[in-house]
Design a protein around this ligand. Structure first.
Ligand SMILES: [Zn+2]
Length: 107
């Protein structure tokens, strides 16, 4: 009976506890908080892990803060290209920041 209960414990761990822990780790690492993954794993088991992964992808895909291509105009705070010298909104002139390939422009 010891062997059987041991097997049952492992089955319980893999089938029930593992998806909870894994889903929690996924959502925690993606900046959604461990609680979201905990609940997903608890309610949906392995399906919750899949959903946690999908949620993480959606989160990473969404724009967070200023994009790589655009920057904030120092004068009117409107969005303008990083490699532009003149703001398209207020015509304020400022040195171009970073080119599209990530190379810093001179000046
Ligand atoms: Zn401007």
């Amino acid at each position: 009976m010891m062997i059987f209960s041991g097997f049952f414990a492992i089955a319980l761990l893999v089938g029930w506890l593992a998806p909870i822990v894994i889903a929690a780790l996924i959502t925690e690492s993606r900046g959604r908080g461990a609680l979201v993954g905990l609940l997903l794993g608890l309610v949906l088991s392995w399906l919750g892990v899949v959903i946690a992964l999908l949620l993480g992808e959606a989160f990473e895909g969404s724009p967070r803060g200023p994009s790589r291509l655009y920057r904030e105009c120092p004068h009117c705070k409107e969005r303008m290209r990083r490699d532009a010298h003149v703001c398209p909104h207020c015509r304020y002139e400022s040195p171009a920041e970073i080119l599209e390939d990530g190379v810093r422009a001179a000046g």
